[in-house]
Design a protein around this ligand. Structure first.
Ligand SMILES: Cc1cc2nc3c(=O)[nH]c(=O)nc-3n(C[C@H](O)[C@H](O)[C@H](O)COP(=O)(O)OP(=O)(O)OC[C@H]3O[C@@H](n4cnc5c(N)ncnc54)[C@H](O)[C@@H]3O)c2cc1C
Length: 262
């Protein structure tokens, strides 16, 4: 069985987000990292391979040339090979455009199972796995906190607010996983060294048969019109107590009453 794990290069959340003149994310101004939530999808794939359920795990990334460092990072965890789609025409694609490119790349890869993270920390739409499943006419088993493969069947525990549903599908299928599913490992030194020479296939949009008129900024259905930084937090009220506790307690009770909490 072949598993594909899509991995995304995202700006480090610790950095300050900036927009370029065309209102697209300025990805050069902030240090870039592997989408932290993809560590759980990578770990899920590795555990399935170690359990003898998969023979090969391929990373798939859409991103600029510099995203190669992210792909190598993904390989350092122990994945077997990677495909990176790099093309000027990707610039400014919205979630649907990205899903179209991933779907086309996945057609060529012929995966039995695609394992996504639940979301990426820059755009956080959580829609890419479902959109890819729709485009490929495959089942989407999203927000999985547990996964089992039995022959041609995949079963997941799909997390929601009240607990989880047990959902089953035949393969091939698309899964996204939440952090509760496992504890991601760290790449070993051996893994980091091995990642440097693992196969990495770079493709253009033309190579995978994506029509440029369906992706990119000019064809995005969603575009950023304006953005404002979050206003700085206002200082809270400090209540000075005289040491007895009663001044502070009554001020707190007054405040709770004023807000109608009590
Ligand atoms: C080169 C590039 C340019 C972009 N330009 C713009 C822009 O100008 N304006 C704009 O609004 N957005 C832009 N985006 C962001 C794009 O819109 C988001 O990638 C898209 O919205 C996907 O949504 P998400 O990240 O919220 O995915 P989610 O649905 O939150 O993520 C779920 C899973 O999908 C995976 N995934 C998502 N994207 C990729 C990817 N590219 N490769 C591999 N796996 C992926 C994540 O790793 C995660 O595991 C750009 C992205 C790229 C790669």
């Amino acid at each position: 069985m072949k598993i594909v794990v899509p991995v995304k290069r995202v700006p480090d959340t610790a950095g300050e987000k900036k927009l370029s003149d065309d209102m697209t994310s300025d990805r050069e101004s902030v240090e870039a990292v592997l989408n932290p939530l993809d560590e759980w999808s990578i770990e899920t794939a590795l555990q399935l391979k170690e359990a003898g359920k998969a023979d090969e795990i391929v990373a798939l990334c859409i991103g600029p040339e510099a995203a190669q460092a992210t792909v190598r990072k993904a390989l350092s965890y122990g994945l077997d090979a990677a495909v990176q789609v790099t093309d000027e025409g990707v610039h400014g694609s919205d979630a649907l455009g990205i899903a179209r490119i991933l779907a086309k790349a996945l057609e060529d890869l012929d995966a039995d199972l695609v394992i996504f993270g639940s979301q990426s920390t820059d755009a956080r739409t959580c829609i890419v796995p479902a959109a890819v499943a729709e485009l490929l006419n495959r089942q989407a088993l999203t927000f999985a906190r547990h996964i089992e493969i039995d022959g041609e069947t995949v079963t997941v525990h799909r997390e929601h607010e009240e607990g989880w549903d047990v959902v089953e599908s035949s393969l091939p299928a698309i899964v996204s996983v939440v952090e509760a599913i496992n504890e991601p490992r760290y790449p070993s030194f051996k893994g980091i060294m091995a990642a440097k020479s693992k196969p990495l296939d770079t493709k253009s949009l033309a190579d995978i048969g994506v029509d440029p008129s369906e992706v990119g900024l000019a064809n995005a259905a969603a575009q950023i019109q304006d953005a404002q930084p979050r206003p700085p937090k206002e200082a809270g009220t400090i209540v000075e107590d005289d040491g007895s506790g009663s001044v502070g307690a009554s001020a707190l009770a007054d405040w709770l009453q004023e807000k109608k909490f009590i």
